[in-house]
Design a protein around this ligand. Structure first.
Ligand code: GSH
Length: 290
């Protein structure tokens, strides 16, 4: 198709402001922009994150592990404000050279182990605690869906969500292209959840924890405000699964950790102790806390 609106130059140049909601943090180069050590708390796991769908996967997993009695899964969740560029601090980049939340430092062994990429973090924790990942063929099926999510969500977030909600203008071509793909993805999930209760099969697993914040949020109109546009109610199996997951106490707790928007009672900026859910949500902190 001829392009009569833009002819790419021979060599692309970085113009600081390209527009769109995340223009101020996007850069074409990796590495730190400033020196900044990360705080370290008392628990074996140090999580540096924000309650985006990628961050929420991991805080749900920690809360599920603790709820299942794995008391050595205690964690400190520190807030990384990505809109302020915290992910480009030197300490954060040491843990995640990709400068994206979530990033984990596992200090439970003799040497600290860095873990980045939310799927890798979920798998690391599932293997470590022998939890939320079945054995044998069911393990493989759960991993199929975990990796499906890691490959699919960028089309939802970076593709559909960006052009539907964040781009400076609404262009039909990218919206049509990514809506087509996201509806296909929802149909994939709907068919799977029509044949099994959970994505991995009969057992709740890290695959459900990974997919729920993205596609559960999408169909329940929590991300991108696009449920009507996508006719989300027609994906009835996804809706049933999303609503069931939302009822889990650990999911309710996990989704508010490192959250900085919405109802103040649903924002726990940092989590260092189980009691923080009762005592330190933003509505309880006098005058609010940053
Ligand atoms: N594939 C990565 C994606 C992580 C990611 O995209 N994180 C976003 C927030 S949801 C981020 O930190 N963005 C900051 C930036 O791009 O500078 C994962 O699953 O961990």
């Amino acid at each position: 198709m001829p392009n009569d609106t833009y002819t790419p130059p021979d060599v692309w140049e970085w113009k600081q402001e390209s527009g769109g909601r995340f223009a101020n943090i996007n850069r074409p180069i990796a590495g730190p922009t400033h020196d900044k050590e990360l705080p370290v708390g008392k628990h074996p796991f140090q999580l540096y994150s924000l309650a985006t769908p990628n961050g929420v996967k991991v805080t749900i997993m920690f809360e599920e592990l603790l709820a299942a009695g794995h008391s050595d899964a205690e964690y400190d969740a520190w807030l990384i404000r990505i809109h302020e560029g915290n992910q480009f601090g030197s300490g954060f980049v040491d843990i995640n050279p990709n400068s994206k939340i979530p990033a984990l430092l596992d200090r439970s062994g003799p040497e600290p182990v860095r873990v980045f990429e939310s799927g890798a973090i979920l798998l690391h924790l599932a293997d470590k605690f022998d939890a939320f990942l079945p054995k044998g063929a069911a393990r493989t099926e759960a991993l199929n869906w975990l990796f499906w999510l890691q490959g699919s969500a960028p089309y939802l977030g970076g593709g559909f969500g960006h052009f539907y909600s964040y781009a400076p203008e609404r262009w039909q071509y990218p919206i049509d292209r990514f809506t087509m793909e996201v509806k296909r993805q929802l149909d994939v999930l709907d068919r799977r959840l029509g044949e099994a209760e959970f994505l991995g099969g009969s057992e709740y697993s890290i695959a459900d924890m990974a997919v729920w914040p993205w596609y559960g949020g999408l169909v329940k109109n929590v991300v991108y405000g696009a449920a009507k546009f996508l006719e989300a109610d027609s994906y009835t199996n996804v809706i049933r699964w999303a609503e069931n997951m939302a009822q889990r106490p650990a999911v309710k707790r996990g989704r508010i950790v490192n959250r900085t928007s919405g109802d103040l009672s649903q924002q726990l900026h940092e989590r260092h102790d189980a009691s923080d859910f009762d005592l330190r949500t933003q509505d309880k902190l006098e005058g609010g806390e940053s």
